[in-house]
Write a new protein. Structure first.
Length: 108
């Protein structure tokens, strides 16, 4: 059991380091592209876990379970604007109701 525990711990650490390194690299690349295109980042939903966004995922489960997820999304857009970002499971998620942004996404 000692070897299995050590192996599991090592794999967990390697996985977490990989996630963190990829997140940092991705955010640096995004910042570089944003600067070159003269774009500003959208407002971000605050998260206690800036790399995996597990707390954001957990915050979304209760409204989903209670069938009020749409109300939560409307509330988020009222609070953060027509376009905002969040991080869930280590992925950047952009939410928008801005017609110009939707048109740009659908046309490219």
């Amino acid at each position: 059991m000692g070897v299995l525990t050590t192996l599991a711990s090592t794999l967990t650490v390697v996985f977490l380091l990989r996630v963190i390194i990829l997140q940092v690299y991705s955010r640096l690349e995004l910042a570089k592209i944003s600067r070159s295109q003269n774009c500003a980042a959208p407002p971000r939903i605050p998260s206690r876990d800036p790399f995996l966004g597990i707390d954001t995922v957990l915050k979304n489960f209760r409204p989903l379970k209670n069938n009020v997820r749409i109300k939560q999304i409307v509330s988020q857009h009222q609070k953060y604007g027509t376009t905002f970002e969040s991080f869930t499971f280590g992925h950047r998620v952009i939410s928008t109701v801005d017609p110009r942004n939707i048109q740009a996404v659908l046309s490219t």
